[in-house]
Design a protein around this ligand. Structure first.
Ligand code: FRU
Length: 468
């Protein structure tokens, strides 16, 4: 009954809210955004029989973090996405306070979702169940109920199952906060997806020489890339440093060797995945052509939401563009999925001294820049990117306080690929060595303007809108 009520309210909210949301000048032209309400983590990213499915954390009833459902899009080309019936709606006794994040696998030819049922009690405490839901004939999902209660020794914060197949078993990683407030990643095994055995903790605070590394790790994702295991995770509780960990919470990765039998993961240092203002809870999938693809949430929990200009249009947050991952010298590189090149309209090229460059329209555009020295670039008077020869700095005025705030990427910059949408920019540094993803809210018809005495080469394409 709860579920049915929420579903009815969601339909009403969509009918009432969509005309307004579509009038928002900051509505993305080619990024995924919720029709109405709030979007956060990507969930259940998978390609099955040539079709990509991307689910997402969605509150259809408002722009706050309640009523978490799983919205669902599908696409055959990673560009044009169609809305599907909402996949999961909270309300059962095991997911009464949210169908939280999780993943998808194909089992016996059907898509199976693994998600966290979040349950809150009146005294403020909570518990979590890892649950399953199976695709039905109508393209909807039938809940199969919980398959795993809270493991012993952990708080109510155990969530975000990412499931994959390895040899003859299923494996799952879970994000967890233990009873001593240490963030952990747990590894579990199953032969049938229904009964799960906890193998152990593979990474986290006080493990593998990490020291204190946060009180909770969210949204883990583990996969093999070029023979190396990569563990993506989102630690909460890292202290900000001069040039890193500047968002409220971080998303990053560890690389190393996973011993499935011993449940041990020998890994190197934690690296942030993105140096921009908004990036969190990324999820990857193995495409049928062998590429490891990633989509992230262009938002961060508990960061700046109250002052977002899109709130007055009844929606908030977008996904990042889909990205292809690769490893170079143990470092994870991200590049925009090659499909995005199909959005390119008529290209232009320019070369000269930065100060002499004309303005380039960037309301929906891709720009490649090859700088030969320090320069700066203004994006529609709402954001500035500058490189002094050693440090790349992204600056915008804080949406609430109006004070300038900065994000940094340190290193030699030889190439920049910048993907602009009506209220976001994703900057790929040196063909994916670094990325800075950020929302920004320029006035109408924003221009990219370059400054400096440096010689630059630039390529520009308008990007064709493909989302409503
Ligand atoms: C990360 C997160 C997850 C949780 C979901 C709830 O942004 O907090 O840990 O499952 O969002 O929406």
């Amino acid at each position: 009954m709860e579920e049915l009520n929420l579903m009815k309210q969601a339909v009403q909210a969509l009918m009432d809210g969509m005309p307004l949301a579509l009038r928002d000048p900051h509505r993305p032209a080619w990024h995924l955004a919720p029709s109405v309400g709030l979007l956060n983590d990507p969930n259940g990213f998978i390609q099955h029989k040539g079709v990509y499915h991307l689910f997402y954390q969605w509150n259809p009833l408002g722009c706050d973090h309640r009523n978490k459902c799983w919205g669902h899009w599908q696409s055959t080309d990673l560009l044009n996405w169609q809305h599907q019936p909402v996949a999961l709606v909270p309300g059962a006794c095991y997911d009464s306070h949210g169908c939280y994040s999780g993943s998808a696998v194909v089992a016996d030819g059907k898509i199976m979702l693994a998600y966290t049922g979040n349950v809150k009690y009146p005294d403020g405490s909570r518990t979590a169940y890892q649950c399953l839901a199976l695709e039905n004939e109508l393209g909807g999902y039938d809940k199969l109920g919980p398959v795993l209660p809270l493991p012993e020794g952990y708080s109510g914060h155990v969530r975000d199952p990412k499931v994959w197949r390895h040899q003859d078993s299923w494996y799952m990683v879970l994000g967890a906060r233990d009873l001593q407030d240490r963030g952990k990643v747990l590894l579990l095994r199953s032969t049938d997806l229904r009964s799960w055995q906890l193998l152990g903790e593979i990474a986290g605070t006080q493990l593998n020489g990490m020291g204190d590394f946060g009180y909770m790790w969210e949204c883990p994702d583990l996969f093999t890339l070029a023979g190396t295991e990569v563990l993506i995770c989102c630690p909460q509780g890292l202290a900000a440093q001069a040039e890193r960990y500047l968002n409220v919470y971080q998303a990053g990765y560890l690389t190393g060797k996973l011993d499935y039998r011993q449940a041990s993961f020998e890994h190197g240092e934690f690296h942030e995945l993105d140096a921009g203002f908004e990036f969190y809870a990324p999820q990857t999938t193995l495409a049928e052509d062998g590429r490891r693809l990633l989509v992230g949430w262009m938002g961060v929990p508990e960061q700046d939401e109250t002052c977002h200009p899109t709130l007055q249009y009844g929606w908030i947050h977008t996904m990042t563009c889909p990205r292809e991952l690769s490893l170079h010298n143990g470092k994870l590189y991200q590049q925009p999925a090659r499909e995005l090149q199909r959005l390119r309209g008529e290209g232009s090229q320019w070369q000269g001294i930065a100060d002499n460059a004309p303005g380039w329209p960037v309301d929906s555009a891709e720009v490649l820049l090859t700088p030969n020295g320090p320069f700066s670039a203004d994006f529609g008077d709402a954001m500035t990117l500058s490189w002094d020869g050693a440090l790349l700095r992204l600056t915008r005025n804080n949406l609430c306080t109006g004070q300038p705030e900065h994000r940094y990427w340190r290193g030699e910059v030889t190439h920049l690929q910048m993907l602009f949408d009506s209220s976001s920019v994703e900057i790929f540094i040196n063909h994916g060595e670094g990325v800075m993803s950020s929302r920004y809210f320029p006035g109408p018809q924003p221009l990219l303007r370059l400054n400096g005495e440096t010689q630059l080469a630039l390529e520009h394409w308008p990007l064709t809108p493909c989302m409503l």
